[in-house]
Design a protein around this ligand. Structure first.
Ligand code: NAI
Ligand code: 15L
Length: 265
């Protein structure tokens, strides 16, 4: 690619992926609503609120690919979710439509299906069962992306990320964890595939105890190489195993299923 855009680049995942993206494009346009620090020689920094349509149009112009990580990433007030995850996504897709349909990787979430039980094994055809307004916003994002695909041919990878971080920190994450290396490899497959379409892809490493089936997306050639099981002994020495009745051990969405609906002030 000539220019790859990363939104949400100041966040946890964005910070982990930022340097890794240098090899994917000549130029990387780094964006967030928050401070982004200093630009590396191959980077362009753009501070932008995803809720600002005009700013998002300029942000997307000239980009050949978009790694869309920006937005509210946990349960929050609806007004905040609405601006970043609903309006922000609409702005992004309208901008992509106006600027040549750059391929998009959308960071969706396992919270689109958080109310499945941990003994359910599901694939991409399972009906959505979001576990909060945040999860609902990701369902909206997937539906919006699908509509832009059907109507305009806009390609998007809908990556339902499990828990992408350095290492699993609780028992649930032995199933949901995705390593940074595996995410980077998935990004490569998504942007290099001759034909992408608009698949749902479970963003999860090759964990022994995973709940999600990615066989429909085998055409992308993504073979995650890490396995959370390697952390089990270390984790169990530090973290008590939750009782089977606890949400953390019961629902795929874990504790998110217990979050309240936050009221506006
Ligand atoms: P994060 O909360 O650390 O980063 C999100 C970034 O988006 C922040 O830097 C924030 O400033 C930015 N942002 C928020 N509102 C914005 C707005 N209106 N305009 C522009 N930027 C805005 O989240 P994290 O963990 O880095 O996740 C990145 C993406 O991946 C999120 O979309 C999240 O929903 C998704 N995801 C992450 C998972 C994980 O395990 N880290 C799991 C599932 C989904
Ligand atoms: C998410 O969607 C969140 O963005 C992230 O912070 C993690 O909590 C992750 O899901 C998870 O379910 O572990």
């Amino acid at each position: 690619m000539k220019r790859l855009l990363i939104t949400g680049a100041a966040g946890g995942l964005g910070s982990a992926m930022r340097a890794r993206m240098a090899k994917f494009a000549d130029l990387v346009r780094i964006s967030d609503i928050a401070d982004l620090g200093a630009a590396a020689p191959h980077e362009e920094l753009v501070i932008c609120d995803l809720g600002d349509a005009e700013a998002v149009h300029s942000l997307v112009e000239g980009c050949d690919g978009i790694l869309h990580l920006g937005g509210i990433s946990v349960e929050d007030k609806f007004s905040k979710i609405m601006n970043a995850n609903l309006l922000g996504l609409y702005n992004l897709y309208e901008a992509a439509r106006a600027h040549g349909h750059p391929r998009i990787l959308f960071a969706s979430s396992n919270h689109t299906v958080g109310f499945y039980r941990q003994d359910d094994h599901i694939d991409a055809t399972a009906p959505m069962r979001p576990d909060g307004l945040y999860g609902v916003s990701k369902c909206f994002g997937e539906a919006l992306a699908r509509m832009y695909f059907e109507k305009f041919g806009q390609e998007t990878a809908l990556v339902r990320i499990g828990s992408c971080m350095e290492r699993p920190t609780n028992h649930r994450m032995l199933s949901t964890w995705m390593s940074y290396d595996d995410f980077e490899a998935l990004i490569a497959c998504v942007f290099r595939a001759p034909m992408l379409g608009c698949p749902i892809i479970w963003g999860v490493s090759d964990n022994d105890s995973r709940w999600w089936d990615n066989s429909h997306a085998a055409y992308l050639g993504w073979r995650p190489g890490d396995n959370a099981e390697h952390f089990r002994v270390e984790l169990e020495a530090k973290v008590p195993r939750p009782a089977p009745s606890e949400p953390l051990a019961h629902y795929q969405g874990g504790q998110f299923t217990q979050d309240p609906i936050f009221t506006e002030e």
